[in-house]
Design a protein around this ligand. Structure first.
Ligand code: DGY
Length: 330
């Protein structure tokens, strides 16, 4: 038994992962794995020690997989499997250079992220957080004609910045709210996706100018870093609502604060920020027209289990030298 164990690929799992993923790893009999058995991130020093000699690593988005970590792991490392659709925590150049294959978890979280994005959009546009606060703290004097008025989706133009699976799923859910028009911008038109939601391709400036609601759905890459800045916000309508469920890094938060506090735009709903967690004394928390969630878009029991299962299956396939169910093309 001891001899059999010693030849199995060695894997480090950087966080407690949901049961489905764990069961797949345990029952496979294909790996010997150690897990950081906590709901909080593994300290970097510990991580650097633990990955030494590993064949595979199953990580989450809080772990930076960079040259330092890959050096610490050493030449056995063949597979990185991240339990996330986002991959901005991975140094893709380094991984490619070292011929390490990468698995990620698209598709399985699309429904959960789209649902949460719609919830955040409605919460922000109809000022639900302010409203519950008023009701609870005595601000509810009487019914008033203009009090806590917000913005409705009916007859609106919804813009999508970065059209992918998630953007399509958001638009499909918003359509029954009688949205008048969907527009999107991206590096190039994406007709096969756009046709599914009858969305029109427009320039970056036009998506800013025309959108009543603007949902950011792009990946964070060097090209999209801080793409939502003064240049975007100053072109947006005063009644517009900005929603971000992608990555905090796509937004220049000082510029967003400026736009929200001066009434350049009407509101923002953010599920992601820089840094995470956003310090509780951050200026954005002082604004009534900014709703901030702690990065929970994919947080449903079903989805997190599905993500862990896919991450485990990606890892196992990669270690067997087979194509992964969802491999990131490097
Ligand atoms: C991801 O998967 O990248 C999300 O941000 C968390 O589910």
């Amino acid at each position: 038994f001891q001899r059999a164990m010693s030849v199995l690929p060695k894997v480090y799992v950087t966080r407690q992962v949901p049961q489905d993923g764990l069961d797949i790893l345990r029952k496979s009999g294909q790996v010997q794995f150690e897990m950081w058995d906590s709901d909080d991130p593994v300290p970097r020093n510990e991580l650097l020690k633990k990955v030494k000699g590993c064949d595979g690593i199953l990580c989450v988005l809080t772990e930076k997989i960079d040259a330092e970590l890959l050096d610490a792991a050493g030449p056995n490392l063949k597979v990185i499997s991240t339990m996330s659709v986002g991959f901005d925590h991975l140094s893709l150049e380094e991984l490619k250079k070292r011929k390490i294959c990468v698995g990620y978890t698209p598709d399985v979280l699309t429904d959960a992220v789209a649902e949460l994005t719609v919830a955040l959009l409605l919460t922000t546009a109809r000022r639900l957080i302010e409203a519950t606060h008023e009701a609870k703290t005595g601000g509810w004097g009487t019914w008033r004609t203009q009090w806590l008025c917000g913005y409705e989706l009916a007859n609106s133009t919804v813009g999508i910045l970065g059209l992918g699976r998630i953007g399509v799923a958001i638009a499909e859910r918003l359509k029954p709210f009688k949205v008048k028009k969907f527009i999107y911008t991206d590096v190039t038109p994406r007709p096969e996706l756009a046709d599914m939601i009858q969305a029109e391709y427009v320039s970056f400036d036009e998506v800013a100018k025309q959108s009543d609601f603007l949902a950011v759905c792009c990946a964070l890459t060097p090209e999209t870093q801080a793409i939502c800045n003064k240049n975007l916000f100053t072109k947006m309508k005063k009644n517009s609502i900005f929603i971000n469920t992608s990555r905090g890094g796509v937004v220049n938060q000082e510029d967003l604060y400026e736009a929200l506090s001066t009434g350049q735009i009407a509101g923002a709903g953010l599920d992601v920020t820089t840094p995470e967690p956003l310090p509780t004394n951050h200026p954005l928390f002082t604004l009534k027209n900014c709703v901030i969630l702690p990065h929970i878009a994919s947080a449903s029991y079903t989805t997190r289990n599905a993500m862990s299962a896919l991450a485990a299956n990606n890892l196992l396939a990669g270690l067997r030298g087979e194509p992964m169910p969802k491999e990131l093309k490097l």
